[in-house]
Design a protein around this ligand. Structure first.
Ligand code: NAD
Length: 337
């Protein structure tokens, strides 16, 4: 029988997670939890997804707006098999008490501190560590991107030390509160940034330092990465290692993909829902070896790369499949290249 999933929080990540869950053959969304009866709740209902109010006090707002609700979070938890908490960073931590009472395994997102969960998770890096874990945290979009490609290098050649500069979108496309900005903002100004330590919650022994900037754009982050390798490698060897890694895609300026704007256009032409790119995109031409150091540039679609991880985290937590089988099933359902 398909696993019944409660998705608590239905914004940028929650809406994508819910759609992705419903594309799998071994799980279904039992309901999503909303604080407001807005267009997002209305679209969920249109898609046949049941909507629940976050609190009993909020029920009236849905009734007044004539948006059909099936109960509250507490009702939904009684019938669910697992929770995916996609509320804003920090809210998940507070919600944990509610989940504890329900006894349900829970998947958290990267906005929560690592201490919220037993395991910080990127499927292709540490699926086994998360098998049977009650609480799993899918790490942030940036950490997921760094882990996927550095893990590919580490497995093939060993990584002595990595350094990354992150150029981050200032806000998501619908986030009018945080954007637009007209500035390049060192974020944070105290270096190194928190992204390196966050990578170490998954790749524990990989020395890495990071710096990060916010820039006025809404689609994708860019990472400029260099890594000192333990074993000798040529540019071709490194390209082959990236080519072999799942959820990593080599793109090329020679094919006309020279910017995040082209990646957006490409994703739309692929008919990807919401122009989502689940894959970390590495520019083939950027991969360069200087002595024992490799350089490369990658693009991360912040709204999309963590979505497959959430699906695999459910399977790991509930011991539904082994790593390879789960990653393959998720990739097939989401049409990941
Ligand atoms: P979001 O603000 O787009 O969506 C969160 C939703 O939860 C909103 O609709 C909000 O109204 C709702 N909400 C707030 N309090 C709630 C409550 N108590 N109960 C139920 N719903 C509640 O946020 P998001 O971007 O989807 O981020 C969710 C999580 O995913 C965060 O931990 C974030 O750090 C992480 N994440 C975000 C991105 C990204 O680029 N947006 C990428 C990777 C990970």
């Amino acid at each position: 029988m398909a696993v019944k999933v409660c998705v608590n929080g239905f914004g940028t990540i929650g809406r994508r997670v819910a759609d992705a869950v419903n594309l799998q053959s071994d799980m279904n969304v039992l309901g999503v939890v909303k604080t407001k009866p807005d267009y997002k709740a209305q679209i969920a209902l249109k898609k046949g997804i049941k909507v629940y109010a976050a609190t009993p006090e909020g029920v009236k707002d849905f009734e007044n707006a004539k948006v059909d609700i099936s109960g509250t979070l507490t009702d939904l938890l009684k019938d669910a098999d697992i929770v995916i908490d996609t509320t804003p960073g920090g809210v998940g931590h507070k919600n944990k008490e509610i989940y504890k009472k329900s006894g349900l395994n829970t998947i958290f997102e990267g906005g929560e501190k690592a201490t919220v969960a037993d395991v910080s998770f990127v499927a292709q890096c540490n699926f086994e560590e998360a098998v049977g874990a009650k609480y799993i945290r899918c790490v942030s979009c940036n950490t997921t991107g760094l882990c996927r490609t550095l893990n590919a290098l580490d497995r093939a050649f060993g990584v002595k030390r990595a350094r990354a500069t992150l150029i981050r979108r200032a806000a998501d496309p619908d986030d009018v509160k945080r954007g637009p900005i007209d500035a390049i903002v060192p974020d944070p100004t105290s270096l190194p940034s928190h992204h390196g330590p966050d990578v170490n919650t998954v790749l524990k022994d990989l020395p890495i330092t990071t710096v990060a900037f916010k820039v006025p754009t809404t689609y994708m982050h860019i990472h400029a990465i260099s890594a000192t390798l333990k074993k000798p490698a040529t540019q071709e060897d490194v390209v082959a290692a990236f080519d072999e890694a799942t959820r990593v895609m080599l793109v090329s300026k020679a094919d006309g993909i020279a910017s995040t704007a082209h990646l957006f256009d490409y994703a739309r032409d692929l008919n990807r829902p919401r122009a989502d790119l689940y894959e970390i995109c590495i520019w083939r031409e950027s991969v360069a070896m200087v002595d024992d150091e490799v350089y490369y540039i990658q693009a991360v679609h912040q709204e999309a790369d963590v979505i497959p991880e959430n699906i695999d985290a459910v399977r790991a937590s509930l011991k539904l499949m082994e790593a390879e089988e789960s990653i393959k099933a998720t990739n097939t359902a989401l049409d990941i290249m």
